[in-house]
Design a protein around this ligand. Structure first.
Ligand code: CO
Length: 219
């Protein structure tokens, strides 16, 4: 007796998500999919479905709007994320945060490592934790290893805000939210956010009572 093998569940799940047009619904903190390490991508989606999924992630990121979306944020436990930051900020913010434009990127099975010991601390937020932001001290520079959307190996170094985005999105794929790495006393709820839009979090650190990493030596 022969039986048709069951359809791969992840492919089925993604096909179902893509059946409806428009941005994908985002899942928020408290959904276990955000806390499970995602599965390495090993062809669970065929090329056509992967291409459509990546396009939908990009549309979702633009609609939010955000500068990155990881597959678990749309409920899909695969190690895939998209990044893109037009960095439309004023010159003072750009300088202080290293917020330079990041062209669209697809990351498949990304891992990162610190390039050196320097850390940079700034407020960040997450589409899966709506209404809050907090200060996270992250590696100032990272080396990223990943595959791109066509399966080609990529090794790149990132600094400034792009390095922060790479770490934030890659962390999602390991079940880590930015809050896990944040200064708890820096947590800011939406009504208070207008107070803390300065280019750096120094004033917030003094007023709310949390520490920042040491200033880097001039390079
Ligand atoms: Co996030």
């Amino acid at each position: 007796m022969s039986r048709t093998p069951p359809a791969p569940p992840l492919a089925e799940q993604v096909a179902e998500l893509l059946a409806r047009p428009g941005p994908l619904p985002l899942v928020t903190a408290g959904d276990p999919v955000l806390r499970r390490p995602a599965e390495p991508f090993e062809g669970q989606l065929d090329d056509a479905l992967l291409g459509r999924f990546v396009a939908a992630l990009r549309e979702t990121m633009h609609a939010a709007p955000g500068v990155g979306v990881a597959a678990p944020q749309v409920g899909v436990g695969l190690r895939i994320a998209v990044l893109e930051d037009p960095a439309e900020v004023d010159a003072e913010v750009r300088e202080a945060r290293g917020r330079v434009p990041l062209p669209f990127r697809v990351l498949v099975n990304p891992v990162y490592e610190a390039v050196d010991g320097e850390r940079a601390a700034f407020f960040e937020g997450c589409l899966s934790v709506p209404g809050y932001q907090a200060v996270v001290a992250r590696h100032a520079r990272v080396r990223l290893r990943a595959l791109d959307g066509r399966g080609r190996a990529v090794v790149e170094e990132y600094a400034g805000w792009p390095a922060r985005i790479v770490q934030h999105e890659t962390d999602h794929l390991g079940g880590t939210l930015y809050l896990d790495r944040a200064e708890p006393r820096s947590l800011v709820s939406a009504p208070q956010a207008p107070r803390w839009t300065q280019p750096t979090p120094h004033a917030a650190a003094r007023a709310l009572g949390f520490d920042l990493p040491p200033e880097p030596e001039p390079r």
